[in-house]
Structures are given as C-alpha cells and as structure tokens.
Design a protein around this ligand. Structure first.
Ligand SMILES: Cc1ncc(COP(=O)(O)O)c(C=O)c1O
Length: 345
C-alpha cells in the first residue's frame, strides 16, 4: 500500500483498480445534505439502514467503517487473537496479510492457481488444520478479478471455520448481480465499500456484514478507533447510496468494453499468459520471461504508464493491470504496455 500510494502519478494508470472518480456534485447535492451542525452521531442509524437496504440484510448485521481498509482491520481484530491460525488465499491483497501480521496471527496459505486463479474449495479444505480459526478470501479476487459463485462459496462455508470475505470488487461483476456471501451463511463476515466500483474512495463509505453479536463486538472495538465517523462523510454515504444507480451509470458498459480490449491485447501476445477477463476490473498476467518490476520501471520512466508488480501480491513473475479507467486511456495504456513488452524482448 505504501508503495502504491507513493509512486509518481502516470497518465495511463493501469496500476489503478478503481473506476474513475465520481464527482457527487454532479447529482443534486446541497450543503444542507451534509448537516454541518458540528454534532457527531453514534452509529448513525440512517447510514446503517441505507447499507442494510443495499445489501439486503438487517441493520443489526451492519457495522460502518472508513472504507474496506478499516472494515478489514476492525473485523480481523475482532476475530483474531495473537497466535491464532488464519488460512489466507495465495496470491492476495497484501494489506490483509499486513493486518494479520500486526494482530499476531499465524498465517497458513492455500493456492489460487493460475491462469484463472479460481477459488477451489478442495484447495481450501486441503490446507485446513484442526487449529484453523479463520479463512480469508477476496471476491472478486484481488489481483486476478476471478469470481467465485454461490455454489463455491457455500462449499467454503460448509468447511467449518469462519470466513472473512473482502467483497470490495463484488459489484463489478454486474452481469451476475452477486449477493454478499453473508446472505449465504453467517460463517461469512463480509467487508465492502463504495471505493472501487463506484469511484467514491474519497468518502470512505465502508462496512462490515456480520451476525448481530459479532457486529456488536466490532462496533465496540470501533470505540477504541475513534468512536464515531466524520458526520459529513456519513451523510455523503447516505446520499451516494440513495443515488447508486446514477453513480454507476455507464460503468458496466465501460468495464465490458475495456475488458474486451484487454482480452484482445493479452490474447495477441506470446510473452504473457493470462486467463481472459470475465468479470471485474483487474487481471493478473504472468510475464513469461523478464522481471515485472523492471517492466513497471520501464513503463513509468519511458511510457508514462503504470502496472503493479506481482511481488506485492506474492507472485513475482506476474503483474496486475486494472481496466476501470476511461476507455481511451485504457486503450492507450495497453498499447504502451505492448511497446514496453516489445522493448524488453
Ligand atoms: C481487496 C481490497 N480490499 C480493500 C481495499 C481498500 O478499499 P478502501 O479504499 O475502501 O479502503 C482494496 C484497495 O485496493 C482492495 O483491493
């Protein structure tokens, strides 16, 4: 995360995993919507209700959090004690490992295998031990964008341990209209936000879905981390959730177009291996020869373009590209990636 946040900006940011930012003032938003009275509101019920309605759960299943980042921190801190064994997918989103390291968890891993990185319940089952306290997943998968359907998720829930599932990319599988895994089984604790698919990272509207007793424990934990959230942010979260259709307008079509461009690009190269993108915003190609970190350096210095080297996800011969941006920028970014790959030969 520190690396990602400290790279000089590039024009063709295939390194980004978000859709373009959405300016909420394109919608009928007034200052009165923010309620700038100076007051803070404990567990602000209207936001909790709005998240519950979006996700199809009861309000007492919802804990609000500052983005999926804080949602993951709070949920994991409530679920994991020092020395607990936690089984995490490999490759995965690095901050999940960092939080677990911070909490003193003992990490074990199960593989998501290339080229499609599908979630395989057999692989999860094969890595369980009698001591596994928690399983940690992303769906859609970061970095690959792989989608696990309800049948797969039900098989994971049936394995026994609780499952933290980070769903920040879930809504990008527009065609599937996927529900939260939490609706399938309360073994799941799901985290999410309006960051990636709605382009609203700036309002930090995130949440956790959990069974009520656990949700209450997480709210109590949040009392150590700041008690209440920025109230104007809570109001913006309510506003965004009330207008989510308008916020996402055009996104499914743009992602479909961009994925098609990326698939055509990847299929036309003999120096990378990648399953076609079906859902989501990101893909995780393997570079068949050469170092993806060197490719990223070359792209940044000569081509004003960025990717994310796979070492940040635990697979150093891969790299992640994101295709959430405006189609013209994605198309040009892919063309520059092609030129950089040619130059590396
Ligand atoms: C899997 C995953 N979870 C969480 C986050 C962070 O989300 P937020 O901006 O809502 O904190 C990211 C951002 O890259 C991510 O990829």
């Amino acid at each position: 995360m520190h690396w990602a946040k400290n790279q000089p900006p590039v024009t063709y940011a295939l390194s980004s995993s978000e859709v373009p930012h959405f300016a909420l003032d394109r919608l009928p938003l007034g200052l009165a919507d923010l309620e700038l009275t100076g007051a803070s509101f404990y567990r602000y019920p209207p936001l909790r209700d709005a998240i519950a309605e979006k996700e199809g759960v009861a309000p007492d299943n919802v804990v609000a959090a500052d983005g999926t980042s804080m949602a993951n921190m709070l949920a994991l801190a409530a679920l994991v004690a020092p020395g607990d064994e936690v089984l995490v997918e490999q490759p995965t989103y690095e901050p999940l490992l960092a939080v677990l390291g911070f909490l003193g968890a003992k990490l074990t891993r199960f593989p998501r295998c290339r080229p499609d990185f599908a979630l395989d319940p057999e692989a999860v089952a094969g890595a369980l031990t009698p001591k596994t306290k928690l399983i940690v997943l992303t769906n859609l998968h970061n970095p690959s964008g792989a989608y696990a359907d309800e049948a797969v998720l039900r098989r994971i829930a049936a394995l026994g341990p609780r499952v933290l599932i980070d769903e920040v990319y879930r809504d990008a599988a527009f065609a599937e209209r996927p529900r939260s895994a939490f609706l399938l089984s309360d073994r799941f604790v799901a985290t999410n936000s309006l960051t990636k698919v709605y382009g609203l990272s700036g309002i930090r509207c995130g949440w956790i879905l959990a069974e009520p007793a656990l949700a209450e424990r997480i709210w109590r934990l949040n009392e150590l981390f700041g008690v209440a959230q920025v109230h104007a942010g809570e109001r913006l979260g309510c506003f965004a959730l009330a207008h989510l259709g308008a916020v996402a307008a055009g996104t499914p079509e743009r992602l479909a177009r961009n994925r098609a461009l990326a698939n055509a690009f990847l299929a036309g190269r003999d120096d990378v291996e990648c399953a076609p993108m079906v859902h989501g915003i990101t893909a995780f190609p393997r570079l068949l020869s050469g170092d993806p970190a060197a490719l990223d350096d070359l792209l940044r210095t000569r081509f004003d373009t960025g990717i994310v080297p796979g070492r940040w996800f635990g697979l150093a011969d891969h790299f992640r590209i994101g295709v959430g941006g405006p189609t013209g920028l994605v198309e040009e970014g892919l063309s520059r990636l092609g030129r950089a790959l040619d130059a590396m030969r």
